[in-house]
Design a protein around this ligand. Structure first.
Ligand code: NAD
Length: 458
């Protein structure tokens, strides 16, 4: 949801009325403190904006608009990705920074929330020019970045190459100081963590599997006693074959689809996957490992012709990519872009469970409409935290210069996500709020309590 301020305000209203929360705050003082909280959590601490001076290869000098938004550092140094995309704007970066504050609070990570953005289409620049843009970004934001101040990571349009370049520039500009923890999402050889690339997709699938298998089995009797729409939705799918559609087959979607395909705990049948060009459909289930192999060999794309499907012995029909969202399936995994389910298509969604791998794939209005209709949404803040959790592990490994094995990383990742889900799910199924709001309430509670105990809330 791009407008997570609304949810912050709703969460604070619910907490204001619950006098067991921060009981020392009473009457007028309580109302005033909660008003302060709305202001603190809805507004970023800093919006840094610079026009990077970059000399292109043909000699032209351009000014590249770029941002670093530092939303809130109550829980630790700011943390969040840097996006290179032509549609980047200040409001979007600020919204994403706020989501990071709440996400880090939810998963008990010792970080605040930040986000960066550079307004360029990276495909229009040479490698040398992109390297220069990365260096300039670090130079211009030199004073505000650092392992204990603000730690960027990759986002859309950036990856380990850009993080390596930025870390190298940080090292140049801070001689003699620790630098490995200045950026995460780096290549392994430069101090990156094993498992970082797979972390978000694995975490997204874990959130779904943990809810639909572990939590439902362990709590079935209790869940059946609850008068809760979302519990009914989840239980109606228990021990059934689950037809799944995955929108987006990039880093996140392909990993999540692979996890779903090989999962023995649930009866998954992945009937559809899509990318920016096509949707592939097979009601008997797609051969996901073959599609992953194909995508790896073809620059990340799915086969887009019957010849390509035949040559690779993949059984599927090719359909229009946007039809995927409206398919008669049980589960939708959203792993492409923001704002995919909106006012125009929300009433055509047939899936009963939606997992948000991408950030904000459902607009605020559509989110309300779907939730009111009992559709169970596992929100971005909960489902897609695998990337930042493993970034945290990378940051620790960089400090200790001790590196974990890949299996250790996945175990730590799943343990952390499980801990969050064990805290949130009983609360969620016991009250009428959608899961997103429950997560926000939890994050806001954590931030408010820390602020109160630090004497910063009045
Ligand atoms: P990616 O660029 O590797 O993959 C994106 C995929 O979506 C590609 O397959 C692309 O073809 C497809 N796509 C683009 N437009 C589409 C459309 N209209 N319909 C269907 N498919 C479309 O990106 P990713 O790393 O897989 O991330 C996916 C989303 O999740 C992004 O929005 C990203 O910001 C978000 N996200 C990623 C991570 C991470 O660690 N990878 C973490 C949190 C959030």
């Amino acid at each position: 949801m791009s407008e997570n301020n609304t949810v912050i305000e709703e969460s604070l209203t619910a907490l204001l009325e619950d006098e067991s929360f921060l009981p020392d705050l009473k009457a007028q003082t309580r109302r005033q403190a909660f008003k302060s909280l709305v202001a603190i959590l809805s507004t970023p601490n800093h919006i840094h904006k610079s026009f990077l001076r970059v000399a292109l290869e043909d000699g032209t000098i351009v000014r590249v608009p770029s941002f670093r938004v530092q939303h809130n550092d109550t829980l630790g140094p700011y943390k969040g990705g840097i996006r290179f995309h032509e549609s980047v704007n200040e409001e979007e970066v600020a919204n994403l920074a706020r989501l990071m504050t709440l996400k880090n609070a939810l998963h008990e990570l010792p970080f605040g929330g930040g986000k960066g953005g550079v307004i360029i289409d990276p495909r229009e620049y040479s490698v040398k020019e992109l390297n220069l843009i990365c260096k300039k970004y670090v130079q211009y934001f030199n004073d505000i970045l650092g392992p204990d101040k603000d730690i960027p990571a990759p986002d859309a349009g950036t990856g380990e190459r850009e993080m390596d370049w930025m870390m190298a520039e940080y090292k140049n500009t801070h001689p003699g100081l620790p630098y490995r923890g200045s950026f995460t999402g780096k290549s392994i050889i430069n101090g990156g963590s094993l498992g970082r690339k797979e972390a978000t997709g694995k975490g997204v699938y874990f959130s779904f599997r943990y809810l639909m298998h572990n939590f439902l089995n362990d709590n079935e009797k209790w869940l059946r006693e609850q008068d809760n729409l979302f519990a009914e939705t989840a239980l109606s799918k228990k021990d059934r074959k689950l037809n799944i559609a995955v929108q987006g087959f990039g880093n996140l979607g392909a990993v999540a689809a692979k996890e779903a395909f090989k999962c023995n705990e649930l009866q998954n049948n992945i009937v559809a996957v899509s990318d920016r060009d096509v949707m592939l459909y097979n009601s008997d289930g797609l051969d996901i490992p073959a599609l992953v192999r194909y995508a790896q060999e073809h620059g990340g794309s799915l086969p887009d012709s019957n010849t390509a499907l035949k040559e690779n012995e993949i059984k599927a029909v090719i359909n229009d990519r946007d039809e995927l969202l409206e398919l008669d399936v049980d589960v939708l995994i959203m792993a492409a872009l923001e704002n995919q389910i909106h006012e125009e298509n929300m009433d055509k969604i047939q899936a009963q469970i939606i997992v948000e791998g991408a950030n904000a794939p459902i607009t605020v209005k559509a989110d309300k409409y779907l939730s009111d209709n009992g559709i169970l949404i596992i929100p971005d803040i909960l489902a897609n935290a695998g990337g930042v959790i493993v970034s945290y592990l990378e940051w620790i490994q960089g400090r200790d210069t001790q590196f974990y094995k890949e299996e250790q990383i996945y175990k730590l990742l799943f343990d952390k996500m499980q801990k969050t889900m064990d805290t949130i799910l009983p609360q969620f199924f016991g009250d009428p709020f959608p899961l997103r709001q429950n997560c926000y309430i939890h994050s806001v509670m954590k931030l408010s309590t820390v602020l109160f105990r630090q004497g910063k809330l009045y």
